[in-house]
Structures are given as C-alpha cells and as structure tokens.
Write a protein that binds this ligand. Sequence first.
Ligand code: ADP
Length: 966
Amino acid sequence: KCGEIKSTGMPIDLMTAQQLILRQRAKLLSALCCSGSSEGLESVLDLLLAWGVLVWEDYQSILLPGSWALRANTMEDKKELSSKAIQTLQSDRPSLIRKLRDSIEGALEVLLDAGSFTPLDCDAVQLPVYTPSQQARRLLDQVRSKGEHAAKVLLHYIQQKEQPPSQSTEDDWTIPKECLWYQKKLQSSVSAQSHFLSTNGGTSSLSLDDIYIDGQLELVQVSSESQPQCRAMGLEDVVGLLGTLNQEADTVLISGEAGSGKSTLLQRLHLLWARGAAIREFLLLFPFSCRRLSSEQRELSLRELLFLHCCWPDRDQDQLFQFILDNPHLILFTFDGLDELKQCFSDSEQRHCCPTRCVPIPTLIFNLLQGSLMKGVKKVVTSRPDVVGPALRRYLRKEVLLKGFSPNGIKCFVRKHHCDPNVANRVLDSLQNNTALKGLCHIPVFCWIVSKCYKELLGCGDREGCPQTITDVYLMMLQHFFQCRDSPRKSLGIGWLHEYKDTALHLGQLAMEGIKDSCYTFPGTELQKFGVTEEDIGMGFLIHSKHLSSFHNCIHYEFLHVTMQCFFAALYIVLNNNLNRSTIPKIFQPKDRQLQPPLHRACLRHCLNGQEEALKELAMASENPNIQITATFVSGLLSHRHRSLLLPSCPGPTLDRKSKQVVKSLSKGMHKHFKSIPQPVEEEKKSMHAMPDFVWLIKCIYEMQDSSIAKDTMAKLEVEHLKLTYCNIGPVECTALAYVLQHLRNPVGLQLDYNSMGDVGVEQLLPCLHVCHSLYLRNNNISDEVIGTLVEKGIQCESFQKIALFNNKLTDACTHHLAHLLKMKQNFRSLRLGNNYITAEGAEQLAEGLRLNISLQFLGLWGNMIGDRGTKAIANALKNSQTLVWLSLVDNGVSSEGACALAPLIKNSTLEELWLTQNCITRAGVEFIIQALKSNTSVKAVWLRGNELSPEEIEDLAQQEPRLIF
Ligand code: ADP
C-alpha cells in the first residue's frame, strides 16, 4: 500500500511509518484483532477509507469473505463513486458513523419512505448481532450500493437532525477555566485508579489495556413477536440513546452474575473517558464503588460525596460545584456493585433533594438514582440481577445485561494472558477437551483463574482429574496460590489442604463473618480478630484496598474477588469441626424473604434492635446473594470426590454429617418447588415454571457430582413441561441442568426461551436431549455452528420430536443439517425457525429433507427471507405430505408467484393452517389460493393480513372464500 499512501500526500515520513508498522506487526495485529470484537479493526478501516488510504475494493477485500459488504455491486460502485453525496459518505465516514449510531431506526424510516430501501435492506442493516456502530457502517455501505439519491436522502436526514433546536446563546458558551482544571485532575485520578485490574494487583503487571476483552453486552428490550428481545451493543452504547425505555429516567443498570465482568467494564469505561477516547460528551465523570461507600459511617452532602470520595478540587470549589449543579447533562456518575450496599434500594426512603444537606450514604445514593437529587445527571449502576427489585426498576432508563465472554472472547483472553503461543494453544486445547470447563470460562473470573492456574490445568492429565465444577476450579486456584508461595521449595503433596488448614480457617472465618454482615472490606484490626497473620495475607488471596486505606488512614483489605470470599466462607463451614449445626441448613434456605418490602425489613430491624446475632441471621437468610454462592461451594467441597482431600483435616463422621445435611437441604428445596406445581386444568399438560432458586439448587446438585442424588431428585419430578424461561441460563447452568435432568423418568418439553445459552450452552445440554420430546430455544444467541452437533445427537434420541429456534442467528449454513434431521428422523413433528436469516438457498436445502420426511406436522419459517424461490422449493417438497397441518411463511417476501406455487400443496395436503401474513401477495396470488381451496376440506384458515390488497379487493376475496383471513 506504500504507493497509495504516497499518492494521498500525507505529511508523514512514509518509509519510517512503514518500517514501524512492520516492526510492530505482532503488536498491531493483537491490538486490532484481539479484543474479542471487530470494532477496533472496523474503526481503523473507517479512517483509512475516509482518508483515501484504502479504496473501496481494498476495504471490501479486508472484510471477511461473505460479509454483507462483499455482496455490493462493484460495477455500480465505480459509477457511483463519481457522485458527490457518495463521496461525502466516504470522506466523512467516521463522523457519520458516530452521528448515526443512535438514530439507525430514524434513518431507515426516512430511506424506506423515500423508496431507497426495502424492508429487507433494513433487516440486513439491523441484524441483532451487530453493535450500533456496525449497524451504522452497514447502513452506509447499503446506502452506497443504492446510489446517489439514497446518499442524498441520508445526508439530508443527518443534517436536519443536527440543526440545533434554537440558535440560542449556547454558541457563545464556554466551559469555565476552573472546571477544565478540575477535569484534568479528575481524569488523571480516574486514569490511575483504572489502570490495573484488582485481580492483577500485586501478582502480575498486566494492565487493563493488556488484558481487556469486550464482554457480550445485550440490551433488554420490551418484548414483541417481531422484534428480538435482546440485541448486541458496544461499550459506548451503555450511556447512549440506544434502547432507552424510560426517557424520564437517568439511571442505566448493567446487570450480570458475580464475576461476569461488571466492575471491569466500568473500569474500562472510566479509563476511556479519562483518556478522552470515549463518552466525551461528559465533562466530568465521578466513579463510586458501593463497597467503599459502605464503609462510610458519616452522613454526607452531595458536595462532600463528590469532592471527598472522588477528587478534591484545589480551588474554586463553590464555582465548580455550582457548575455541576447547573450543567447536569455534562456529568456522569457511576456506582459499581449496588448489591454490595448494606441496604437494599428503597423507594420509601426519605426524599432528599438538597445538594448541601448531609444525609446517610444510602439515602444519598437512592435519591440520586431516583432523580430526586441531581435530575438530569446520567448514572450507570452495576449489580447482580437478582438483587434489583421493582423499586429500582421503576427508575431505570434502560437495562443492559453483561453476559461474559463469547467463545471467541475466551480464545482472545487466553492468548492475551499467555505471551507464549504454545502455552496458549495447550490451554485452549485442554478447554476444547473439557466442555464443562469451556462452559465455565465464558464467565471472565473463571477464565482468569483457569489461565492463571494453567500449570495445574495442564498437569492434571486424564479427564477425571480435570476440573469439572466451579468448586474444582477454585480448589485448583487455592492449590496454585499455596504452591506459588512455597515454590520452588517443594511440590504440594496429596494432603496439601491440611498443611494450610490454619490459613484456610483464618481467612475462612473472616470471609464468613463478612458475608453475614454484607462486608467486603476489612481494616487491618479486624483481621487480627480472626487470627489472620502476615503469612496468611502473604498468600495473595487478600489484596490491599488502596483507595480505602488512604481515605481512612489505616490499611484495609479485600478478597481478590467476591467469589473468592464466598469460597473461603465455604471452606470455613466445611473445615471447622465446631461449626454450629444449624449453619448448613440456614445457608440453603431459599431467598423468599428477600422479596419482603424494605419497610417490613426496617421494622424487623427496629424490633430486633440490639440483638446482634438475630440481626445477622436475618441478613444471612434473606438479603445476601453471596450466601447462595457460598452454599454452592459447600455442596462442591462436600462432594465425595474431595473426601480424601478433606479427611486429614476433618473426621469422617463429621464430613458425613455435613454432607447429609446438604443433601437433605437440597432435597427439601426441590420438594418445595415440586409442591408448588399446580394441578393441570383439563386437557392441559402438567407444567412447572421454575422459581428463581430452582436453577441454583440444580447447580448445587451438579457440584456434588453424585448421580444418585440427581436421580433421586428427578424421580420426584413428574411434569410434562418444564419451563425455564428468563432464568439467566448460560453455559454453566446448561451443564448442571443436563447433569440432573438426564435422570428424568419421562420425556418432557424443555422450554429455555430467553436465556443466553449460546452454542456452548446447547452443546452442554445435549446429554439430556433423550429426555426432551420438545426443545424450545427462542432467543438464545445460537448460531449455525452448533446445529450439526445438535442434529447428530437428536437423530439418536427416539423421543426428541420438536424443536423451536426462533430469534437466533441461523443462516443458510445450517439448513443442510436440519434437512439431514428430517431425512433421518421419521418421527420428527415440529421445526420452527422463525426470525432467523434463512434465504431461498436455505429453503431449497431444507426442501431436500422435507421431500423425504413422512412425519412433520409443523413448519415455521416466519421472519426469514426465503422469497418466491424458497417458497416454491418448500411447496414442491411438501405437496404430497400426509402429515403437515401448519405452515408459516409470514414476512418472507412472498409474492403472487409464491402463492401460485403453494396451490398444489393446498390442494393435496392435510394442511389446516397456512400463515402468509406480511408478504407482498396481490389479488392474482390470492385467486390461486382460492382456486386450490376449492378442492380442499382440511384447511381451516389462510392468514393473509398485510399483503398488497386494497380494502375493496379484501372484501371481494373474503366473500369468495370465508377461510381466508385478512
Ligand atoms: P464482577 O464485577 O461482575 O463481579 P469483575 O469485573 O470483578 O466481575 O471481573 C472479575 C475478574 O474477571 C477481573 O478481575 C478480571 O480478571 C476478569 N475480567 C472480567 N472482565 C474482563 C474483561 N472484560 N477482560 C478481561 N478480563 C476480565
């Protein structure tokens, strides 16, 4: 490209630049391609294209073959490049992308109205797998392929949008100097705080830049049949306009399980802001950690909160504070870990709107989030999902789910973590061979542990010895830390845990007391109370909480991660031979009481005033999500597999007793769920909708790795349909579900819609496919890649007869697998593939299977793109079917030609319902259908709403054939 660079006449020393690029090739490649998303690469391409360094053909050839841009017509391109508006699209590309990101829908609407775009063009732009920036790029590419007129329409739209509402004095407005000074100070303090990850503190020198991988972010949207429930988004969209549900509210919630990367994501956002690389619309960003704020005993005013806890202004405090009050739209607050505040968010707290009056910290935070205080300031809050109640939800502008790493993200993380590519490859190979572990690694904190303990992982040999459960992973980490401490003195023997029992007990008791009190930071003096020694601290599980230490002028500690605190608490419960006998049953108590209104809890607190123990127990049973994680680890540690590790430290009978207590608690918990299953009404199937704790209990059973417990539990579950929708089920949960559900006595319909299983989750679920007669996987981020494996397994499972895969990411690349399923499985009854990306080609492949199948009753293809060609193939394959009763081709671009092709199918088959809503069938097409219906008595309804028919035509046609529904 050197010649081309020269021809642009850029003012840089070209040879040096080229040499630099060659020398830094490896670094550049990893910076461009190793973030787990293509965002970085694409934004560099935008710039190169805009500067004319790349020509359009280069740009296309860099994007992956088969990607949308490659399909653009290059002949057209040459002609259209001479047009002015199209040139502007190219030269202003980076800024146009920024402007369009938040208004894709508006732009598409205008292009549709102008006749420049078809609905199919819009769909191609709005694929839910694209982030808004990627959608903006696809929009520009699509507009370019449509020509000058479309480009003008788009530019006009952007221009209009940019016109300020009124040309007010805003133009003359400048930011006061004192604010710019303060901004600089704040930026450097935020940058210093965000540079390193806490898990790297002290043990490694990796910076956030070196290790950060984009997690999977999804926007929670209001459900509607035709719209996917969740869509992918980028980091900047967290505070952008995208997905706003409540315009009035200012608080954005990022929710995710412990270890899913919430704090790290916020840290990344902070760092980018501090460098001026993102969210530049905010002049000042104030980051808060709820964990740290929890240790603040004093009452504070808003002003003190900002200046004392974030950054002290060296001068002009009054002017600065006034500026903040006057310009809320330029300010961003972030609150990390709302679940770590001792008090739950409560709407009934006293309303407080005075920025200078002192109130308790929770009151301050709750009023900020509600908007009673500092209305208009954007706030980003992170929390675990099960701790966010309806009281807070009312004040949310939008909710974003953080779903951990994608399979590609895991690969990138491991590669970044290990600079030796051989080691990285070996770690990745061992994950490939251990699907349970691969599932676990999509949660970043587990991925981090696995990468950190790679020596132990690679040395564990056979599959049996490899970690399968979360407890195995944390035991591996424990061993690793102890080993690191003593290495190279010796290698740890079988009784390694016993050797370090004292450390485990000291840290365990500290962890346990902390969890009971919702306390996650510990002053040095507290440590002594539990016998924690310097040597214990030196093991590396506790880290120095620098911010708190300097704030309180005494050293504070915290565990490397909250899950580690839970693990130590579990170790304490298991290793402490004098444990109160009621502890284990108590930690397995359901969280029901968590749903009690806060007022009620406040009253209870009042009544129990002074009774410390009673208060602690109340907190323990009802408020703390970490208790459940602790209980999960207790189940794992008391598994038979770890008995030999524990026996040197605990007498066998004590272990047996504790283990029995766990099994009894789990059985009791399950029984409670089964008891709540309502009796089915007449003709309905007996169905159980899982309550929130069901999946947790299943995970505990999995941790025990004792199939007899799974078998006993499932023997008592007698349902025909098991509904686990919206249960936050990811790959980890799928592994546990399959482990337990495979023991069901009779096949069930397993409904897992609206979760985040992904391909890895589907793979994990396969061991229980033989007990599923139907599998519902709507909205689960499933791609073509796993369909082959699913089909292979499905063919072997006699009972498996129905699958629903609406709203996933399926394309023509998977239809030959589905055709194979139809060919091989002559008892298969229902295939629903709505709202995927299947075109005529996929439909033709599917038809190959349909032709040879003699059992299919339901075929759903709504919201795909099969068009007339695909319709012909499907109709032809099914025209002699003796089983088909229901066919949906809704919203598939079917015209009268397609309708004509359907006529023989209508005439000959057993069809009862045909759905053709939202297509482009005209009167001529409907007449073919009417003709065919004359010789058919089985069809009950043909749905034709939303086609190209006038009201008069509809009236006339409806009179001719009452089975047509318009
Ligand atoms: P959460 O706040 O959800 O409990 P954290 O953000 O503390 O999770 O993540 C736990 C650990 O996982 C981090 O310390 C880091 O080691 C790793 N991690 C999380 N997110 C990422 C990411 N996006 N890129 C790289 N590592 C990550």
